[in-house]
Design a protein around this ligand. Structure first.
Ligand code: PLP
Length: 377
């Protein structure tokens, strides 16, 4: 079985799994307990936070351990549910459902949700600037799109938001969902200038059920959900084995970024070159300004679900549908429509996403299989 659905989830690395197992017995105390086992666990938890902060080049106090990126996104969006005076929130149509899913609730509470499209896969900072008002309180802007891999101009968007902030004399929070960016493209949170960012460990060969929120906006407070852990932003006993394994996974992703990215680029280039011979295949992911780890293609012969199933029958895992969090029919389609793709492109689209353990042979096999199904050299 060759697995090309790494944007949905990755196989945990041996090093991360070892770290998980070691931590389960070495630091099993509750970090909130005041006895020896608790203090040992607390110390290790803070060491992990410091290590991740060092790797991401941010302050440890800006990092909150969560259960996944969905929860990290939710902590930021939930913050606005209790506001006395609702205003505007900008949510691009290409965001993951972890972000767009809040629109309904926020609307019911009186918020004006401003949706912007991303023609060709990219948000336009000028368009974002044009929708900002004196009522704008939050702007969301993912860093790497999970459906096609396009890298969004987050730094430029932050700049236009800061200009507006200056004009209205009030803070506008900028949140980036960076789940598909960490370990795939160079990322500097300070340079991006965002207020907060969301991450999930299982997207980078870490374990499931653990994620991270970066936040430097003191105005973000938690919904009252009980428990004081993680400054009450994410209450509940901390998942120390998961955090320990995530630390190892992030270290590998950050310290070997160039090597991993070179592997993704090489595999991606093989697929592009081999499949360019097929007249029925169209490359949806732009070659420039996209993550090398994601390549979405479309075909005019078979619906994506059928093609995905045919590949599965030949032992290849790729994704149709929105893939990473849900395969709900139409979700990927609506994201592609927000990128102003033709409906026929959305219908035949599949996502190929690479991981650190994919090989050239696997990629060649995938291309042979696709060409034998769709026709081409
Ligand atoms: N945000 C993006 C951009 C994603 O690709 C995913 C993938 O599922 C998520 C959020 C949600 O991640 P998780 O399911 O780990 O919360």
């Amino acid at each position: 079985m060759a697995y090309f659905d790494n944007a949905a989830t990755t196989r945990i690395s041996d090093a991360a799994l070892d770290a998980y197992n070691r931590a389960s017995t070495a630091w099993w105390g509750n970090p909130s307990s005041l006895h020896k086992e608790g203090l040992k666990a607390r110390k290790r938890l803070e060491e992990d936070r410091s290590e991740i902060a060092r790797l991401l080049r941010v302050e440890p106090s800006t990092l909150t351990f969560t259960s996944c990126a969905t929860e990290s996104d939710g902590i930021i969006l939930e913050n606005y549910l209790w506001a006395q005076q609702p205003g505007d929130i900008v949510i691009p149509a290409i965001e993951h459902s972890a972000v767009t899913g809040y629109a309904r609730l926020l609307k019911r509470l009186g918020w004006n949700i401003v949706t912007v499209d991303a023609p060709g896969g990219f948000l336009d900072p000028k368009e974002i600037a044009s929708v900002l008002t004196e009522r704008t309180r939050l702007v969301c802007c993912m860093l790497v799109n999970n459906v096609v891999g396009t890298i969004q101009p987050v730094e430029e968007i932050v700049q236009v938001v800061r200009k507006q902030e200056h004009a209205i004399g009030r803070k506008i929070h900028v949140h980036t969902d960076a789940t598909q960016a960490l370990g795939k493209i160079p990322m500097d949170l300070h340079a991006l200038g965002v207020d907060s960012a969301a991450f999930s460990a299982h997207k980078l060969h870490g374990p499931k059920g653990v994620g991270l929120l970066y936040n430097k906006d003191a105005g973000i407070t938690a919904l009252s959900r009980g428990g004081e852990q993680e400054k009450a932003l994410r209450p509940g006993t901390e998942n120390l084995p998961g955090i320990e394994a995530m630390t190892v996974a992030i270290a590998d992703a950050v310290e070997h970024l160039e090597t991993h990215a070179a592997t993704y680029r090489a595999l991606n280039a093989i697929v592009r070159q081999r499949l360019s011979t097929c007249p029925h295949i169209h490359f949806v992911t732009p070659e420039e300004h996209s993550s090398p780890a994601i390549l979405t293609i479309s075909n005019d012969k078979l619906p994506s679900e059928v093609l995905t199933r045919m590949l599965y029958d030949k032992d290849y895992c790729v994704s149709s549908g929105s893939a990473c969090s849900n395969n709900a029919k139409g979700h990927q389609g609506s994201i592609l429509m927000a990128m102003r793709q033709e409906p026929s492109i959305a219908k035949g689209a599949i996502r190929i996403s690479f991981g650190t353990d994919n090989t050239t042979e696997e990629v060649e096999g995938l291309c042979d299989t696709l060409l034998s199904i769709l026709g081409g050299a």
